[in-house]
Design a binder for this molecule. Sequence first.
Ligand SMILES: [Zn+2]
Ligand SMILES: [Zn+2]
Length: 252
Amino acid sequence: MTGWTPIDCHAHTTMSDGALSIEELIDTVRARGVRPSIADHLSTDVSQAVKSIEGVREYLDALEPYDVARGGEFCWHDPLWRELPSDLSARFTHKLGSLHAVHIPGASRPLSMWHRELPSELTAAAYMSLHLDELERFAAEMPVDILSHPTLLPLPIRELPEDELWTDALEERLVDALFHAEIAFEISNRYRPHERLVKRAHDRGVRLSLGSDGHTRAQVGDLAFPLEMAMRVGAETHSLFDPYVHGTRAAR
Ligand SMILES: [Zn+2]
Ligand SMILES: [Zn+2]
């Protein structure tokens, strides 16, 4: 035994859209032999979320008394993270950035990943090119430690075979952007990435992070798939993202 214990870097409580209190989440995750962290939605564009700077302060105050890593999931397309003062920023053990919506040139509002259709005449391949453009802007600008669920895509194309969506060139762009920005690649249990992309990220030197993206008792701390995937691509347990060792990034 090495004494290493995995940590779930991405899980939600009732402070956003999760079902568990802070205590319930901590107890549930620990009972699975996993270290807990809390990363609730901090965004004006998620219906149940912390939506203001004052709210972020209260959120961090609520987490402070507990032995739990203090994360937060920010939407790239939402302005709240840009307004975060440095004293609050420094209180996070780790921050996650999510592409829950992507800017489409000419469109009046960003395209949500849960919107039921793509703009007309936008093919899956054309969308993927725009998605990677956005991903590169995200990596260059957003001061986060982890890219949440890197393979979350719009509903109409989400279930297409990965080979129809992800070309070698697109995968290279993704892992290069994360590598240069020193942003970790989340192996999400909820939106599961394909092995070829995880391996490419690992081989490129991008750190891997384990996340349940759990919202319920059954989900939080469930890292069986992410951990197995990390081991399959050859990652060492001690190299996996640990907020206490590798977070949090200073604002750039
Ligand atoms: Zn998310
Ligand atoms: Zn989440």
